[in-house]
Design a binder for this molecule. Structure first.
Ligand SMILES: *Cc1c(COP(=O)(O)O)cnc(C)c1O
Length: 428
């Protein structure tokens, strides 16, 4: 049996990694003179080295060309969002017409609900998962209230049905069937942020549509993490951010998908000039005519400086390709899981499903206690111990540490360092 735990083994796995060169494309923060083991790409991805050049290109263009920069030279600002369209479409498995980079995640969620949450007295409800990311819950509850309905009755939150706090597909389908006639919208995460559970979006969309409801998905923790097939999944809309696994910087411009079946309709929407038909936008006429596809939901001319780092990040995703990244991710997270089972079984409980098809790179780890420490203090103490040793995960109250090995820049050696850090704390 190979010794998973040895440095030699971790190094051999890293040497055999076909994507090993990509790590050098990122700026890895240092701790005590040594690179961090950074497992927080699910929160803020690391900076691609290419980001600075793309930002400087915009600054230089502004300095040298000013307003002309919209229409002249390289990377013109007028069609700047088109520079990321093809790559984004590849990344999420969509047609180019279906995707756009704009705004931020929660803003896009609201804009999508304006079009896809059209409640009636008979059908006012939205189904989400219990324990949804707070911003999503606030957005959904406020939309329900905005339409004159009551979140107390019309926001349906599905409780997890498995003891580890995850949710079976059966439970989701049962809930959609049970509430079907009252459901206007099913909003579901691609990967649940707290548990790390991944869902079969096509099945959820199918179940929602069978009941006459719309289906939207929040891919904040799924994009750049899973291989997605948004077009084929049939979901009506999707929203995501670009600062997590997409490594595009704090507050980066977000992403949005509108299925092709809605591309040419005139769904009600909140309109702005940038969503107006491009061929006539600058006639500055009084009547809004939406441009086809996801572009028709844009409001403002985009923040070019905020979009520039996304180009650098997408270049790396294009270079690696999601299939290869996912293959590495399965190896890396599988290695983490195997080491936890082998060395840390009494200390950490893996909350995330052990079926790789039901998770991305993240493992959510419940701290079940150290030598003489129990409960929430133990978890927090472990987390602090790791951070003090340059191993960065993130902490979710009351007792979960999330560790997300990102296949673009994490290594098997990073994973081993995490495991050793936990052991040092436990045995310390
Ligand atoms: C990260 C995250 C957000 C953050 O929303 P912003 O609008 O980007 O601040 C919202 N929802 C989910 C599910 C997230 O994971």
């Amino acid at each position: 049996m190979t010794d998973l735990y040895s440095d030699e083994h971790a190094r051999a796995l890293d040497d055999a990694d076909p994507l090993r060169e990509l790590r050098a494309q990122f700026l890895i923060p240092r701790h005590d003179g040594r690179e961090q083991a950074y497992f927080v790409g699910n929160s803020l991805g690391l900076q691609p080295r290419g980001a600075r050049a793309h930002v400087e290109e915009v600054l230089d263009k502004w300095a040298e060309e000013a307003v002309e920069g919209h229409f002249t030279g390289q990377a013109q600002w007028m069609p700047y969002h088109e520079l990321v369209r093809e790559s984004l479409a590849r990344l999420v498995g969509a047609k180019p017409l279906e995707v756009v980079a704009m705004n931020t995640l929660t803003v896009n969620l609201h804009l999508m609900m304006v079009s896809f949450y059209r409640p009636t007295r008979e059908r006012p409800a939205i189904l989400i998962e219990a324990g949804a990311f707070p911003s999503d819950r606030y957005a959904v509850a406020s939309q329900i209230g905005f339409h004159g309905f009551d979140p107390a009755t019309d926001l349906i939150e599905l409780q997890p049905d498995r003891p580890d706090g995850t949710t079976s597909m059966d439970a989701i389908e049962r809930a959609i069937a049970e509430h079907g006639p009252r459901l206007a919208l099913v909003l579901w995460p691609g990967v649940q942020y707290r548990t790390g559970q991944a869902f079969d979006l096509a099945r959820i969309a199918h179940a929602a549509h069978a009941q006459g409801a719309m289906c939207g998905v929040d891919l904040a923790h799924a994009v750049g993490n899973l291989e997605l097939a948004l077009h084929d999944s049939g979901v009506d809309f999707a929203v995501w951010c670009h600062y997590k696994y997409l490594n595009s910087g704090p507050g980066a411009v977000a992403g949005c998908f509108v299925h092709e079946r809605h591309a040419h309709g005139d769904l009600p929407r909140f309109a702005g000039w940038w969503g107006h038909d491009q061929s006539t936008r600058f006639r500055m006429g009084p009547q809004f005519v939406p441009t086809p596809g996801a572009d028709g939901w844009q409001l403002s001319n985009p923040p070019i400086l905020g979009m520039a780092p996304l180009r650098a990040s997408l270049e790396l995703f294009d270079r690696a390709g999601m299939p290869a990244l996912r293959a590495k991710s399965l190896r890396l997270t599988g290695y983490l899981e195997a080491l936890i089972q082998q060395r840390l079984a009494g200390t950490l409980q893996v909350v995330t499903p052990n079926d790789p098809q039901q998770r991305g790179c993240q493992l959510s780890l419940r701290v079940i206690g150290g030598r003489d420490l129990t409960g929430r203090d133990a978890g927090r103490a472990l987390f602090d111990h790791l951070a003090a040793n340059g191993v960065l995960g993130d902490w979710r109250e009351p007792d979960v540490i999330r560790i997300s090995p990102a296949p673009l820049y994490n290594t098997h050696a990073d994973v081993l360092r995490f495991v050793r850090g936990v052991e040092a704390w436990r045995d310390g």
